[in-house]
Design a binder for this molecule. Structure first.
Ligand code: NAD
Length: 458
């Protein structure tokens, strides 16, 4: 059934209501921000079971994984924001040059207004509530639009947010393309979008109509370079944790591995051993291993395996939306597996004659969201850091860097623009207004007309 324009009128009404509420000033105070953040934390604690259940329904996430990467992750982001809020809200003093003395100069963070947060389905709690934490901390009104591809989480968020948070300032709009298109017609003061490149262009085009700034949290093919000089056991464990969490549906999962040809067999054998140690012989029955979000995505993933050298896994079950942890050795560079973001449990291994060639390989592709390098050679580490570009880097681990709220998270080039997490999220949803306050007890006439020759000769 098609949604008619009249059916979507409520979206314009809700956004207008939020905009006029913002103008009343209610969301600007420290107390309002603190109360909302505490309420959000309370919601995650009191409703933990419901969140874990919804995540299991949408993506078959195990309780452990769902808690660490979604509920617990978001709770610690809230706690960090609560602890830091006063400091972030303070004026930020800067020095004043002699020409403007006597004066004081500072930046005063102010909320942007009413912001839109559009989330993706793979971490359906974290990806809408994380940005919401930052938007609230910065004192904004916010509309959140969870992904329709994770319907249980979307419905739960839509039910709980009005129960716990100030409905005058924060609202949830559920839906898919029609609803998002209608939302994008509205005037917002900032849009944060998490998802793929194609829709990011739609969002940015719509934002341009209103000169609305955007933060785009996108993806791409994140490389994982494995040097010969590394602790192979730890390296493989960490790559498995990073790659097969949420069945590979993680924006910062390693998309492919680059390794020297001479090391490939040893690496594949270790992967096989460790995968069995972690998930057992019968991965399909192991509740620690997730499912693909829907059949369409599973069909896309299985098609990547056509004519490839599958050295581990490959088994799938369409009804159960299951795809085994799968490893492909040396896929052709022009195959879809190496041209598109995998975003699933398939790990291509690309071999190079010399590990230094991995840098060239990375630099021939779009700038990725994350880059991982496993090495004990600090010279090689520095070379990778200084000659490649990516949103984020982790040396000798995977997405552990995301646990540090002091590290701004975001992409570069095709992997996105802008940042959030911790203070960077607060700053994203704030305008850092510059203020200069000048003294009036002296007022030299030098700058005022008439510009006499005496003034010009000074
Ligand atoms: P998705 O299908 O859930 O889409 C994202 C959002 O866009 C949803 O809310 C959806 O309703 C909306 N949308 C879809 N079509 C639209 C349209 N035509 N017009 C307007 N809005 C529309 O998610 P996805 O795109 O499949 O997400 C996967 C991508 O997201 C991957 O590339 C992944 O790497 C990236 N990702 C990035 C991050 C990050 O933090 N950088 C996190 C998760 C996912």
């Amino acid at each position: 059934m098609q949604t008619s324009a009249a059916d979507l009128n409520y979206i314009c009404e809700r956004v207008n209501h939020l905009r006029s509420h913002f103008n009343s000033g209610g969301t600007r105070t420290y107390q309002w921000r603190l109360t909302q953040l505490n309420q959000l934390k309370k919601m995650l604690i009191e409703q933990e079971k419901a969140f874990l259940q919804a995540l299991s329904q949408d993506l078959a996430k195990s309780e452990y994984e769902a808690w660490t990467s979604e509920v617990g992750f978001t709770t610690s982001e809230i706690e960090h924001s609560i602890r830091s809020l006063k400091k972030w809200m303070r004026p930020r003093k800067v020095s004043t040059p002699l020409v403007a003395q006597p004066a004081k100069s500072y930046q005063l963070p102010e909320p942007l207004g009413t912001v839109l947060i559009i989330g993706a389905w793979n971490y359906p709690i974290q990806l809408v509530l994380g940005p919401l934490v930052a938007a609230i901390a910065a004192g904004n009104c916010a509309v959140i639009k969870p992904s329709e591809l994770s319907p249980a989480c979307s419905a739960l968020i839509a039910k709980l947010i009005p129960e716990y948070l100030d409905s005058e300032a924060i609202c949830v709009i559920e839906g898919a393309v029609a609803e998002t298109t209608e939302l994008l017609k509205q005037k917002f003061d900032h849009i944060m979008y998490t998802g793929g490149e194609g829709v990011a262009k739609i969002v940015m085009r719509a934002a341009a109509e209103n000169l609305t700034p955007v933060t785009l949290e996108l993806g791409g093919k994140s490389p994982c370079i494995v040097d010969n000089n590394t602790n192979l056991g730890v390296t493989v464990s960490r790559i498995i944790w990073n790659k097969w969490m949420n069945a590979g549906q993680t924006c910062v999962a390693p998309d492919y591995v680059l390794i020297e040809k001479s090391q490939a067999d040893k690496f594949v054998a270790k992967l096989k051993d460790k995968l069995q140690e972690f998930y057992g012989q019968d991965v399909k029955s192991n509740s620690d291993y997730g499912r693909i979000v829907n059949k369409r995505h599973l069909i896309r993933l299985v098609a990547y395996l056509d004519n490839q050298n599958v050295v581990i896994g490959g088994e799938h079950d369409l009804e159960q939306k299951y795809l085994a942890p799968t490893v492909v050795l040396d896929p052709p560079a022009d195959s879809p597996l190496m041209l598109e973001e995998v975003f699933g449990p398939i790990l291509p291994i690309v071999t190079v004659e010399n590990i230094e060639q991995s840098i060239e390989f990375v630099n021939h592709r779009a700038k990725p969201l994350a880059l991982y390098v496993y090495t004990n050679n600090s010279q090689f580490e520095q070379k990778v850091l200084n000659t490649t570009s990516s949103g984020n880097v982790c040396v000798n681990d995977g997405m552990m860097f995301m646990t540090n709220p002091n590290l701004p998270f975001g992409g570069v080039g095709n992997s996105g623009m802008g940042h959030y997490h911790g203070q960077s999220g607060f700053d994203t949803f704030s305008h850092l207004k510059t203020v200069m306050k000048r003294a009036t007890f002296i007022d030299p006439t030098l700058r005022y007309p008439p510009f006499t020759s005496t003034k010009l000769n000074i």
